[in-house]
Design a protein around this ligand. Structure first.
Ligand code: HEC
Length: 112
């Protein structure tokens, strides 16, 4: 990562002072959402694309939000993904795998 230059710094400040004009509740919500998103590396949008292309033949997204989920941790989610992508005959690179994990966790599981 290059050190941000002056211009980037100015944009950064402008970007982050904007939410301060929102009511406090909205600001807190924004922070929570932002930190949840930032928790995992990867590209959630690419994860969704891969997911929608490979992962909906056998189950829909309802299995991720059902009352007794199989998956109870981030590690279990990664393991389940190994098994499922194998069944899906999808050849994911480690980066693509990470993107799908991020998508599922951001959208459905929300593991810390
Ligand atoms: C060949 C069929 C098949 C394909 C394709 C498939 N899955 Fe699955 N998946 C299953 C089955 C079967 C289960 C277990 C369902 C059960 O026990 O009720 C499951 C469960 C899961 C769970 C656990 C849900 C929970 O209870 O928390 C996740 C997460 C999951 N799949 C992700 C994926 C992803 C991501 C893909 C695409 C890479 C995928 N699956 C493709 C068959 C499949």
């Amino acid at each position: 990562m290059p050190t941000p230059g002056l211009k980037n710094h100015a944009t950064f400040v402008e970007h982050w002072t904007l939410p301060l004009q929102f009511p406090l509740g909205a600001l807190v919500l924004l922070c929570v959402m932002t930190s949840a998103r930032a928790a995992l590396p990867g590209d959630s949008a690419d994860g969704k694309r891969l997911h929608d292309a490979h992962c909906t033949q056998c189950h829909d997204t309802g299995v991720y939000t059902r009352k007794d989920p199989l998956v109870l941790s981030l590690d279990a989610l990664k393991q389940q993904l190994q098994d499922c992508s194998h069944m899906a005959k999808a050849q994911f690179s480690p980066a693509q795998m990470q993107n799908v994990v991020k998508f599922l966790n951001d959208q459905f599981y929300h593991f810390p």
